[in-house]
Unconditional design. Structure first.
Length: 320
């Protein structure tokens, strides 16, 4: 097996000592191995990892399994997933050193340090995992359209303008006011969508559309608690438009893993969403604005490394 560690230096901004420690840890482990085959790469900008990984695959021995270690946050994990999708003999491991990693929450609380342990990751097995396909791109965890993605995009923009330190000081205040202003924005919360799920029409006005391959978002379990990343299905929530106050309660309930009464919940293999106005769309940690998007599940498109013999929760396959 060939082991390729791809670092995102941005995840260690102001913490070079931490990245140096991980590099030392990797070197110390592989020096104890017989005929070690590993490399360390730095991804300097978005999508840089895709080209890096392709070069590493080209150098691998025929038939070798190539295990990619995404060291950093969700951005580098997303890039590595897109590099490995659909290629045989490739596996992806998340080494979480970013602000969050929603997908790993599916394995339970308190697992972060286990996924940071290099020997454990190297020896771990990999699980067949579904992906959400959007054109030539893939998302692992979820796609949000509407309220949540609009709020997240605006927070990200504010964070970029203030810098990490400045944003930390104002994060709670800015998040609160951003939430209030966005909830009262009727163009976002009452947008009209043309929606088709497995060729069945669900068109209407919705404040939130959530297409999930896993149940977590922003570190919390959502109303799609049964979403499983290996069942060949997408779990879908359509939260209908309502007044601002009711929308706040619905979003609060949904973010606590419960289902608001003004929601439609179903499963499917493909979904198309269109609107006359640009939609706020978030695919994992990618943000776009467009008037249409088509998504489909790709069953067992990638293998994700899971330490300590962890497995995905048993899928609930039904029409919800």
């Amino acid at each position: 097996m060939k082991h390729v560690f791809v670092f995102d230096p941005k995840s260690f901004f102001g913490q070079q000592w931490k990245m140096d420690g991980i590099l030392d840890h990797i070197g110390e482990f592989f020096r104890t191995q017989e005929k070690p085959d590993f490399s360390i790469q730095m991804s300097r900008y978005r999508r840089n990892a895709i080209g890096i990984i392709q070069e590493e695959v080209d150098k691998a021995k025929p038939g070798d399994v190539v295990r990619i270690y995404a060291v950093g946050g969700e951005e580098i994990f997303y890039d590595c997933i897109n590099a490995a999708a659909h290629f045989p003999n490739m596996q992806v491991a998340s080494v979480p050193h970013g602000e969050s990693n929603d997908f790993l929450n599916i394995f339970g609380d308190g697992k972060t340090e286990s996924f940071r342990d290099i020997p454990s990751l190297v020896r771990a097995k990999a699980l067949d995992t579904d992906l959400i396909r959007w054109g030539v791109n893939y998302a692992l965890n979820s796609c949000y359209i509407g309220l949540n993605s609009a709020m997240a995009a605006k927070v990200r923009e504010l964070k970029s303008s203030l810098g990490k330190g400045g944003f930390f000081l104002f994060s709670k205040v800015s998040n609160f006011f951003n939430y209030i202003f966005t909830t009262f924005d009727k163009e976002i919360t009452r947008q009209s969508y043309t929606i088709s799920v497995d060729d069945v029409d669900y068109s209407g006005k919705y404040s939130l559309i959530h297409i999930a391959n896993g149940p977590y978002y922003a570190g919390k379990k959502t109303g799609l608690t049964d979403a499983a990343p290996d069942d060949g299905l997408l779990d879908i929530a359509l939260i209908k438009s309502s007044g601002a106050i009711k929308t706040m309660f619905s979003m609060r309930r949904y973010a606590k893993g419960k289902r608001p009464k003004n929601g439609v919940f179903l499963q499917g293999k493909k979904i198309t969403v269109q609107s006359d106005r640009k939609m706020w769309i978030q695919l994992d940690n990618e943000y776009i604005q467009n008037t249409d998007i088509s998504l489909a599940v790709v069953n067992h498109a990638v293998q994700i490394v899971a330490v300590d013999n962890l497995t995905y929760p048993v899928a609930v396959i039904s029409s919800l």
